[in-house]
Ligand binder design. Sequence first.
Ligand SMILES: Nc1nc2c(c(=O)[nH]1)N[C@H]1C(S)=C(S)[C@@H](COP(=O)(O)O)O[C@H]1N2
Ligand SMILES: [Mo]
Length: 393
Amino acid sequence: MAVTRRALLERVLQGIGVGVVAGGVDRALADSQVEATGQASGPLTVRVSRPFDAETPVREFTSWLTSNERFFVRSHFGPPSAEAIQPESWRLTVKGLVKDELTLTLPELKKFDPITITAVLQCSGNGRAHHRPKVPGVQWERGAAGNAQWTGVRLRDVLQRAGVKPQGLHVQMQGADRPALPTVPLFTRSIPIAKALHPDTLLAYEMNGRPLPLLHGAPLRVITPGWMAESCMKWLTEITLRADETLGYYMQQAYRIPETSIQQGSGLPGSVMVPVEQMPVKSLIAAPGEGDTLKTGPVTIQGVAWAGESPITKVEVSCDDGKTWEPARLVGEEQPYAWRQWQYLWNARQVGPTAILCRATDAQGIQQPEKSPWNPGGFLWNGWDRLSVMVAA
Ligand SMILES: Nc1nc2c(c(=O)[nH]1)N[C@H]1C(S)=C(S)[C@@H](COP(=O)(O)O)O[C@H]1N2
Ligand SMILES: [Mo]
């Protein structure tokens, strides 16, 4: 089995253009996280090599869709064993507070009505590296996010087939991935029934029109559009209806934020912590790039903006380090849950170093803050995006 797992992981890493890490990939399956240098390797910037956590270089965000090969990867233990997700033997079970327990094969699942939704996926830790004081954990910068088309069936339809009992208020999700050590808790999460029954919440088997890649949860994953990616369970095998939120580390300790803002760096005993859910309003500059040298004259600045379940109504750009702001042009059509591309034509006149910033506003009138409120997990960073450039004659 170890051989199968190793061969599988090797294929996966090579398939996305990442060289197999020195020392062999078997250690990639260990629980200990090995910090990488943050250097570009193939199409992704590797943050942790074992298990493989890597972010998308933001220049990719000049495209509306983020390709499967360049989509950020985050998992706690690495992909499951090949046996656990073999198409022939793979099953999805639905149990707990339901009238009829279900066991579905992939072909059976695909008989429900298919739908496709374009949605941003973003890790709650994206931008953790910007929090001050510094927060331990994967030091994600800007690219633990991406926009993709997800095809699958409605979680609602599957739940309705099983018949949710009135006491079933939370939907627990379990994937086939397992920690190497039995003492490490499983990555088990739950979402409230309202989000699970929302017609846009998916069990997805395709990403950008292709079979869901192994690193992104093959054969089936949950997509909760507009919500942080921690509820987008990969390698899904089990759904359990429960009366309460899932217990255990990944729901009760990790991925929680203070309900109200707290003092920077405080230990906060007593403060109420709630699970991360909605994605807050955020924007990024995709081009030019950090440290670029630009010529005087017209410069196209472009990027993306998104706000979870809320549309983007405005993006502003500053080319003088935040002194003055100008509205950017929103490109294309608004699509719920997808990001919105934007452009700004800057006439660069003054030679020398400057900083370019952007900030977005959503339909509720909420504007990106200059800096996000500090929190102990370093989650939900959505401060103004900022890059330094040099203007040369
Ligand atoms: N089964 C399983 N699902 C998982 C995870 C995991 O470790 N195991 N990681 C979650 C986290 S923390 C994130 S940010 C997203 C990342 O999705 P991606 O790798 O497809 O970008 O998957 C989520 N789903
Ligand atoms: Mo994450």
